[in-house]
Design a protein around this ligand. Structure first.
Ligand SMILES: *[C@@H]1O[C@H](CO)[C@@H](O)[C@H](O)[C@H]1NC(C)=O
Ligand SMILES: *[C@@H]1O[C@H](CO)[C@@H](O)[C@H](O)[C@H]1NC(C)=O
Ligand SMILES: *[C@@H]1O[C@H](CO)[C@@H](O)[C@H](O)[C@H]1NC(C)=O
Length: 464
């Protein structure tokens, strides 16, 4: 039994109670002390700082003013923090009344726990405090919408078979507000209107030649970037751009220019009209990459912060202190041709098969943060209305037989770490523009070194 449970049982067993004054009265007068008054208050948690109470120990240390500490002595607040929560105990009861609920006295009862005056606890993303409300102590909690909403998880999992996906609690999201999620886990600003009206490129291919499933990771195992974690920085715009460019460098050069490009390069140096960890525009990210090129990750590693641009914005790789690449003669930064837009489902598929992963932007609803696996479609569970845009990397597609029949999906790389979703990836309904994921899909051609391409051709012909 914890001390708090004992206190609670005492609270409930007190049969007579006096309310002679408007002041709150102490509930557990019979175990009131002195404890801290005798041994004093101390800093660290050690046995010297504890006193026996009710067959266990209570403590008088600094942790008692923290949240969630359950084993503090009843006189901790008056003695160690000089907060007078005790009142005179009247030995003789003048009026007999039924026992008031414990909340109305000098402690708050909350989720089965007894909390002292001013004690705080965190309930997911909200801080609750035992507060004096007109002479009564009550728990008052903040009213933020939390990023992880247990109602969403329960509702989704209850309808799992119909919905086609599962939800879970992520410890790195627990305790955060939906606002923080929208601000720092997304980070793609909607493109300027003229970009949205940009005409998609036209592709000529036979629709029936496209396979039912395709996975860049299987086709080009070594060339596809791993899953990154953007941290609490709205950097999906930079991460997805750098990753799509990296994948395409490796694919188009057939592995001769395998490189992991620096998202921090964009985050820190592409500042014109961009907002670093507060989000960025994809068209601007691609224009920057086209104009100046990017350095590699090793040269400017990701720190998930709005760090100043510590490298030169342009020029040769060595001029920014980057090591020359090991397997190519490249001296220039890694740049790309103009980004182009892909207009529909089959164009996107054809593009991925031909040139590798593409970048997509999707609208993120409250339930998406809790995605665990399956084919995602958004629901209206949860009370959070805030949405935002996330940019991601589509690496492939497939089909699954479900209770709804055959469901087509995209396989998409997110930037929330590999603990999230299906090893960092998620599946989303394909062909129906779910969450607008097919509305703004971009590709760009890497500027692979000509010499490298030629050398490559040479090597191949030598082998034949
Ligand atoms: C604290 O409470 C005691 C009675 O328990 C009272 O005598 C004393 O004046 C109070 N002190 C303050 C600072 O309110
Ligand atoms: C979610 O995870 C956090 C951290 O692991 C945990 O403290 C919390 O109780 C969990 N919430 C639910 C509803 O399971
Ligand atoms: C997509 O657009 C191309 C032309 O760019 C067209 O040939 C193809 O049929 C379209 N696909 C679908 C699914 O509408």
């Amino acid at each position: 039994m914890t001390l708090n449970k004992m206190l609670k049982s005492i609270l409930f067993s007190t049969s007579v109670f006096s309310i002679a004054t408007a002041l709150p009265l102490d509930d557990f007068s019979d175990i009131q002390g002195p404890y801290c008054e005798t041994i004093g208050c101390c800093q660290d948690r050690h046995d010297g700082c504890s006193v026996p109470v009710l067959g266990t120990l209570c403590y008088c240390d600094e942790f008692c003013s923290h949240m969630e500490v359950e084993d503090c002595c009843p006189d901790f607040y008056p003695v160690c923090r000089n907060i007078n929560i005790t009142t005179t105990i009247r030995p003789f009861v003048t009026t007999r009344r039924p026992q008031p609920p414990p909340q109305s006295s000098t402690s708050c009862l909350w989720n089965g726990r007894t909390l002292f005056y001013k004690q705080k606890v965190k309930d997911n993303c909200n801080i609750c405090e035992c507060t004096d409300v007109g002479g009564r102590l009550e728990m008052l909690c903040e009213r933020n919408v939390c990023l992880i909403d247990t109602n969403i998880i329960e509702s989704v999992n209850l309808e799992q078979d119909m919905l086609g996906w599962r939800a879970t609690n992520y410890s790195e999201f627990w305790g955060r507000t939906l606002d923080e999620g929208v601000r720092y886990r997304l980070g793609t600003l909607i493109p300027q209107a003229f970009v949205m009206h940009m005409n998609p490129v036209r592709r000529i291919y036979d629709i029936h030649s496209l396979p039912r499933s395709f996975d860049s990771e299987t086709k080009w195992p070594r060339y596809i970037s791993g899953i990154q974690d953007q941290g609490w920085c709205g950097a999906s715009w930079a991460i997805s751009t750098a990753a799509v460019a990296s994948d395409r460098y490796a694919i188009v050069s057939k592995g001769l220019e395998e490189v992991k490009l620096s998202a921090q390069n964009l985050l820190s140096c592409d500042t014109m009209g961009q907002q670093s960890c507060e989000g960025g525009h994809l068209d601007r990210a691609w224009s920057f990459t086209k104009k100046f090129g990017l350095v590699d990750e090793e040269c400017f590693p990701y720190v998930a912060e709005n760090e100043p641009c510590t490298i030169r914005r342009s020029g040769k790789l060595v001029e920014s202190g980057c090591k020359p690449p090991r397997f190519s003669e490249r001296t220039r930064r890694y740049s790309v041709g103009p980004a182009y837009r892909l207009g529909n489902e089959t164009d996107i598929m054809y593009e991925i098969i031909k040139s590798g992963p593409v970048q997509a932007t999707m609208k993120v609803y409250h339930d998406f943060y809790s995605y665990e696996g399956g084919i995602y479609r958004h629901t209206d569970f949860g009370i959070g209305q805030q949405t935002g845009y996330l940019s991601v990397r589509i690496v492939g597609w497939g089909e699954e037989y479900t209770s709804r029949g055959v469901q087509k999906y995209w396989k998409v790389a997110n930037s929330w770490g590999s603990q999230w979703g299906e090893n960092g990836y998620f599946k989303i309904l394909k062909g129906v523009n779910e969450c607008e994921v097919e509305s703004f899909v971009l590709g760009a051609w890497p500027r692979v070194d000509r010499k490298i391409l030629l050398a490559h051709g040479q090597r191949n012909s030598n082998r034949i």
